[in-house]
Design a protein around this ligand. Structure first.
Ligand SMILES: [Cu+2]
Length: 157
């Protein structure tokens, strides 16, 4: 009887443990271009403006591999915009994902900020010291990337 209770408990718990592990994997997802970081580790702050003329304007574009950068991103327009930190493989994934979705739907990727018109948000990012050679900053709201709303940055060593 006791054994059966334990077996039942295990059966109930196992899926929860498996799910927790899966969530854990998602949380620690590693991109070649880096990962989210703590505010206390920030070595540089860069201001970015997202505009309705489909541009991402940076006040500084000198980022070294391994740096922890705080991006303060302001959507100065009225349309929604995104600020995504990525690379070519992320772009391919993300564009596909966006095509499947309705326009205007928000994302919750750790490397993407979704901004309504007039909004300001921040993201702290640690660029990989070895693998973050070329980083693609972009807005993937449908049509925006195609209209030139991106910036390719070759990281300084
Ligand atoms: Cu945009």
């Amino acid at each position: 009887m006791k054994y059966q209770k334990h077996a039942l408990l295990l059966a109930l718990l196992l899926p929860a443990v498996a799910m927790a592990q899966m969530n854990g994997m998602d949380m620690s997802e590693q991109f070649a271009f880096g990962q989210p970081a703590q505010e206390s580790a920030v070595t540089r702050t860069i201001h970015v403006e997202a505009t309705d003329t489909m541009r991402l304007k940076f006040d500084s574009m000198r980022i070294r591999r391994g740096e922890v950068v705080k991006f303060v991103v302001r959507n100065s327009g009225q349309a929604p915009h995104e600020f995504a930190i990525g690379d070519e493989s992320f772009r391919k994934e993300h564009l596909l994902e966006m095509r499947k979705q309705m326009a205007g739907m928000e994302h919750h990727d750790v490397n993407v900020l979704s901004l309504k018109g007039g909004e300001t948000k921040t993201i702290v990012w640690r660029f990989d010291p070895v693998k973050s050679k070329s980083v693609l900053f972009a807005c993937y709201v449908p049509g925006h990337f195609e209209a030139g709303m991106y910036h390719r940055h070759v990281m300084l060593k």
